[in-house]
Ligand binder design. Structure first.
Ligand code: 5GP
Length: 207
């Protein structure tokens, strides 16, 4: 396997500030292609179909699964979420670094499929901060906040399977650290096999 782009998977507790982190990263650097997921959840105010998510019915989601159009999918709270395969594969092939912002089950299934992917888990500095962010976002009902906090507690269980923990305290700092983590992956030998092969050939011609 010698793909050119890095596949970075970013997960984290709901309310950890992943959305804002991604937005800032994309604004600051043009290295990245952000995958747009399909979901059966209803759009929140201001969310656009095709930009934030592809909002689909349960039937449409099932049909995407049947046609093998998803790289991974998972159920989160009461809805399904999945990563469309075509875009991710095409961008990686072009040499673009691709970011998936997905939850833990999906992240682990991506890691099984792409062992050289990079798994980053984003967390706020404290549990109280997480609750406050969910409340301040103003988009979730009280019951949903409870469900999400509960789910967050469950998500911490799998965090040891990730490569890096990113504490999102200062946003600008977190953006820089995320960018550096992803860019450093290009130096991993598994992403430099073409280079190694070229230099080996050149060395032989010089023998
Ligand atoms: P939200 O409803 O807050 O937009 O997303 C809920 C959770 O689903 C978040 O943890 C988000 O990262 C995750 N998610 C979004 N898209 C996907 C996807 O394509 N696959 C998986 N497995 N999780 C996703």
């Amino acid at each position: 396997m010698n793909r050119k782009g890095i596949l970075a998977v970013v997960s984290g507790f709901s309310g950890a500030g992943k959305g804002t982190l991604m937005k800032k990263l994309m604004e600051k650097y043009d290295n990245y292609s952000l995958s747009v997921s399909a979901t059966t959840r209803a759009p929140r105010e201001g969310e656009k179909d095709g930009k934030d998510y592809f909002f689909v019915s349960k039937e449409e989601f099932q049909s995407m699964i049947n046609k093998d159009e998803l790289l991974e999918y998972a159920q989160y709270v009461d809805n399904y979420y999945g990563t469309p395969k075509k875009y991710v594969e095409a961008e990686l092939e072009k040499g673009r670094d691709v970011i998936l912002e997905i939850e833990i089950q999906g992240a682990l299934s991506i890691h099984g499929r792409y062992p050289d992917s990079l798994l980053i888990f984003v967390t706020p500095p404290s549990a109280m901060e997480l609750k406050n962010r969910l409340i301040n976002r103003g988009t979730e009902t009280e019951e949903n906040i409870k469900k999400r906090l509960n789910r967050a507690a469950q998500e911490a269980v799998g965090v040891e399977n990730y490569d890096y923990l990113l504490i999102n305290d200062d946003l600008d700092e977190a953006v820089e650290r995320l960018h550096k983590l992803i860019q450093d992956q290009h130096m991993r030998v598994c992403h430099q096999l073409d280079f190694i092969s070229d230099i080996t050939k050149q060395l032989r011609t010089l023998e």
